[in-house]
Design a protein around this ligand. Structure first.
Ligand code: ATP
Ligand code: MG
Length: 188
């Protein structure tokens, strides 16, 4: 079958955006993963660093490998912090989040990344695993053309102030609330 030739637009000015996905509804992480999928189509390099989560398997951990070498994912959390069954101390969670931050900086300084996704970093700030000034410093010192995506509920207003695009996922309904258990490929 003959492939239709589709037009590709080139922006006149390439801008490295700061994008925030926040809110209580579903779709923050999957939206960031959607960016990785789209970007891989252009051969752009995407690095995803997962804050907080880390002891639970989610399909993207292997799904992203299928986008190799354009996308990579790093699990840098110790699971949900402060919830029932959490076997780690606040210090453990904080140390891991700080390690994730160091990795983010290393990836930025490698200059090999076009898009950096810091998944759940907004929530990590809320839990004080990462300090707000650390995030603001990342935003302010990022390479001009690198896009930075920050996800997680409860994004700080100072982060929102500095972002170019901010989306708040609003929950209308969630299957979970009808006692439907999380489903593979949809929820994890
Ligand atoms: P997703 O990864 O599906 O895009 P998310 O990143 O917006 O979700 P998180 O706060 O990271 O949301 O939650 C991760 C997990 O919790 C996912 O399995 C998601 O389906 C589920 N989830 C998201 N929002 C809700 C909600 N309001 N109630 C219950 N479960 C939720
Ligand atoms: Mg998420």
């Amino acid at each position: 079958m003959k492939k239709p030739k589709l037009k590709i637009l080139e922006p006149e000015k390439k801008v490295g955006l700061v994008i925030v996905m926040t809110g209580e509804g579903k779709g923050k992480t999957t939206s960031a993963l959607g960016i990785a999928l789209r970007a891989a189509g252009y051969g752009l390099r995407v690095c995803i660093i997962e804050f907080i989560k880390g002891d639970m398997y989610s399909g993207e951990l292997d799904g992203i490998k299928k986008l190799f070498p354009y996308a990579e994912i790093h699990l840098m959390g110790k699971g949900f912090c402060g919830v029932k069954g959490d076997k780690y101390s606040y210090q453990d969670h904080r140390a891991k989040a700080q390690e994730a931050l160091r990795l983010a900086k290393k990836k930025i300084s490698s200059r090999k990344i076009d898009i950096l996704v810091l998944d759940e970093i907004n929530y990590a700030v809320k839990l004080k695993l990462v300090d707000l000034p650390q995030v603001l410093e990342l935003i302010e010192n990022k390479p001009l053309r690198m896009h930075l995506v920050l996800t997680g509920r409860g994004a700080h207003r100072e982060v929102i102030k500095r972002a170019h695009t901010v989306t708040e996922m609003k929950e209308i309904k969630h299957a979970f609330k009808s006692r439907i258990e999380p489903q593979k490929g949809i929820d994890y």
